[in-house]
Write a protein that binds this ligand. Structure first.
Ligand SMILES: C[S@@+](CC[C@H](N)C(=O)[O-])C[C@H]1O[C@@H](n2cnc3c(N)ncnc32)[C@H](O)[C@@H]1O
Length: 274
């Protein structure tokens, strides 16, 4: 029998540094991130948003800054479609995988809340829930960094989940550990079974993912916690407005359907307000 995992201890460790996630978490490990994403059980497939970003790039600019570029999924796709893209990412591990996959792209190791590239872009994007990693107190620094890097008529486009009642209900009803992904250990020890528990703290709007990676061959278990901040529709729009952005369009899904209460995503196109 393996020793039960004390998530309370992990949680206390997290709270010591409550404004940011622990970069040593396997979530921020580029190899494990890719393995998890491509072998996740029951989640949406990665490619769903690609056409959306291609349309945005075609409409708004051929020089693009992607915040939270991860292992290069979207930057690589847009570069192959002919766009000049710069990927900015906080995790060195994610960046090193991105560099291996797409060596010609310009990759920047920086925090989306504190960067200075001495350049302006017609289009800055923050895809695939990346902004949820930025908890409220730091978001204003992210928005001011974006403002310093956007052309006067440029666009800032974000993609974050819509915490609809149906999503929150689904989370609150899915108690306990569930199978989240299965893949081969890159070190060749056999399969890795990842299970996950999700908690939602409504008072602080924090979604906590607790993952256990079980390395079946060696019996090793690694426990991870990472937390994301949920932004409600009117809240994010107000924060954007108060930070000097004007919302031009808001879609609810990658097929460009309009934003409604039950939409899965909040896809917000904004520009600098005059
Ligand atoms: C869900 S992943 C998305 C990766 C990529 N954009 C994609 O769509 O495949 C979110 C990414 O944001 C990065 N990230 C989180 N906080 C960040 C920050 N403060 N500055 C820059 N990147 C950050 C994470 O390390 C992670 O790679």
């Amino acid at each position: 029998m393996s020793t039960p995992i004390d998530f309370e201890i992990l949680d206390k460790e997290y709270k010591k540094n409550a404004q940011s996630n622990d970069m040593s978490s396997l979530y921020y490990d580029g190899i494990f991130y890719d393995l998890f994403e491509s072998n996740a059980v029951g989640s949406i497939k990665h490619s769903d948003d690609m056409q959306f970003w291609l349309n945005i790039a075609r409409e708004y600019g051929n020089s693009i800054l992607e915040l939270g570029s991860g292992t290069g999924r979207i930057a690589g796709f847009l570069a192959e479609a002919g766009f000049d893209i710069t990927g900015l990412e906080i995790s060195e591990s994610m960046l090193s995988i991105a560099k291996t996959k797409y060596s010609k792209i310009r990759w920047i190791h920086a925090d989306a809340c504190d960067f200075d590239l001495n350049q302006k872009f017609p289009l800055i994007i923050f895809p695939y829930n990346g902004m949820l990693h930025i908890h409220s107190d730091k978001l204003k620094y992210c928005f001011s960094s974006v403002k310093n890097h956007i052309e006067s008529d440029g666009k800032f486009v974000i993609d974050i989940a819509n915490p609809s009642l149906s999503l929150l209900l689904k989370i609150s009803q899915s108690q306990g550990e569930r199978l989240a992904a299965i893949f081969e250990d890159p070190k060749g020890t056999g399969i890795v079974v990842v299970s996950q528990e999700v908690d939602y703290d409504a008072a602080n709007q924090i979604l906590t993912n607790k993952r256990i990676y079980r390395f079946v061959g060696s019996g090793r278990e690694v426990c991870d916690i990472f937390k994301r901040r949920i932004y409600f529709p009117q809240e994010i729009e107000t924060l954007l407005r108060w930070s000097g952005f004007e919302i031009e369009k808001k879609y609810g899904d990658y097929d460009l359907s309009l934003f409604t209460s039950d939409a899965p995503q909040q896809l917000i196109v904004c520009k600098l307000s005059l």
